[in-house]
Design a binder for this molecule. Structure first.
Ligand SMILES: [Zn+2]
Length: 442
């Protein structure tokens, strides 16, 4: 049996596979059936994890570097040991749990997610991928399967604050950012020490391109399209790029009673036209790009004063950085035109940029094949939210699997994914991992 056939048999369910005649040879490696995770155990672990930082609304507030975060990590370390993994904490405070492969000379395959949350978050964001990664490792241990590559289950620290753990590993974290204050009140530097990291050896957490064979992450969709269209599995095409600007509109503050309508330089009126223009320009071309004015403040902010200044934000997201730039050019040109109409000016200052992170096309193919093997429907889609996988995409072939979020609710206590959907996602993770491990070019 060549490798390709071998991979197909691994993921195809051996009893129904056309290679069932080779059962004798394969059964020594995989047992009589292709492996499946223990879905009941996986969902039990998710429920147990939700105790740490539980809030009265039914979700969790498990801010990175809080006591709840630390206690949840202790719980995770216990699960990892039960799964016969060897966990360590790297210098950046990430939990990295290893499992040897058959060929120690190969680079490791990493898979995992995060367990920190936003304030008043839900029980699924990050947790589904984290518990599933451990469940996959435990399944491999119980079935006596040893992969070619060494495996590392990773729980990244402080994803929600800005991908701090994964960016430390990819080398994107700057020394200045260590002084940023996280939502727990601790600086990033204090947080890393609190979690058991080592600031003096921070560089040792870094990995170079080629140090990792591949990276896989399972996550909830956090949007509502999979549920709406009755699709079981999302195959992430890439994580969208994000650009944010602060927009200052300057007019002239004056008396709201004595200034005639045709002599006003009303900054808020110009800003209102700007908000409408952003929506119009972003929707004027086909595609899944999104544009948002999410914050706005009028100054001086009195009922009887014409607003002299408005400060608002503009955010654009798309998988294609060039498209973001084209939209931005259209929006700034329109802003100039709006300003001319009533004697106001627009100034744009870039606040933040995340470059788009495409997933690996071969990883997408393996995830699609794994879903097919399980008779699950799948769809290729962008991720509108940021993930640790985008940092890993700079180092290695990256693949990301989504499961449906009920009603598309996330970062809220009502966040929910059905237990059966979570089990599907974990099985796709397991089979995609095995397929990648056996693929000739991994
Ligand atoms: Zn997340």
């Amino acid at each position: 049996m060549n490798r390709r056939e071998f991979g197909a048999a691994v993921a195809g369910g051996l009893l129904s596979s056309p290679f069932a005649g080779s059962l004798g040879r394969l059964s020594g490696v995989f047992g009589l059936t292709a492996p499946r995770v223990d879905g009941a155990r996986l969902n039990r672990h998710l429920t147990e994890l939700s105790r740490f930082g539980a809030n009265p609304q039914g979700g969790v507030t498990r801010l990175a570097y809080s006591d709840a975060d630390k206690q949840a990590r202790e719980y995770v370390l216990g699960l990892m040991r039960d799964a016969k993994l060897t966990p360590t904490i790297d210098a950046a405070g990430n939990i990295i749990a290893s499992r040897p492969g058959r060929d120690a000379g190969r680079k490791p395959i990493l898979f995992g997610s995060h367990i920190d949350s936003v304030p008043e978050g839900g029980n699924y964001d990050g947790n589904v991928g984290s518990m599933s990664a451990i469940e996959v490792a435990q399944t491999l241990a119980e079935q006596g399967i040893t992969t070619r590559h060494p495996l590392q289950v990773v729980i990244w620290q402080n994803e929600e604050g800005g991908l701090y753990g994964s960016r430390a590993v990819s080398g994107q974290l700057t020394p200045e950012e260590l002084q940023n204050v996280s939502r727990s009140g601790k600086t990033i530097a204090e947080g890393i020490t609190f979690l058991g990291g080592d600031l003096q050896r921070l560089a040792s957490a870094r990995r170079a391109k080629g140090d990792i064979a591949g990276y896989l992450e399972l996550h909830i969709e956090q949007g509502g399209t999979l549920e709406r269209d009755h699709i079981d599995i999302g195959i992430v095409e890439g994580i969208v790029g994000i650009k944010q600007w602060e927009v200052t509109v300057t007019g002239f503050a004056n008396h709201a009673g004595t200034t005639p309508m045709d002599q006003r330089h009303d900054a808020l009126l110009a800003a209102a036209r700007f908000v409408e223009a952003v929506n119009r320009i972003v929707t004027s071309v086909p595609g899944r790009q999104v544009g948002t004015v999410g914050r706005i403040q009028a100054l001086p902010g009195a009922p009887n004063v014409i607003p002299g200044q408005v400060v608002c934000t503009l955010e654009l997201r798309d998988l294609d950085a060039a498209k973001i730039d084209t939209l931005y050019a259209g929006i700034t040109a329109e802003a100039t035109r709006i300003g001319r109409q009533n004697g106001t000016t627009f100034a744009f200052r870039m606040l933040h940029e995340n470059v788009p992170a495409p997933s690996d096309s071969r990883m997408r193919g393996l995830i699609a094949a794994a879903a097919r093997d399980l008779s699950l429907t799948s769809r290729v889609m962008p991720s509108g939210a940021g993930h640790d996988a985008q940092a890993m995409a700079t180092l290695a072939p990256m693949g990301m699997i989504f499961v449906p979020s009920v009603a598309g609710i996330s970062h809220a206590p009502k966040e929910f994914s059905k237990p059966a959907d979570i089990v599907n996602g974990a099985n796709v993770l397991l089979l995609a991992l095995l397929r990648f491990d056996e693929s000739p070019r991994s």
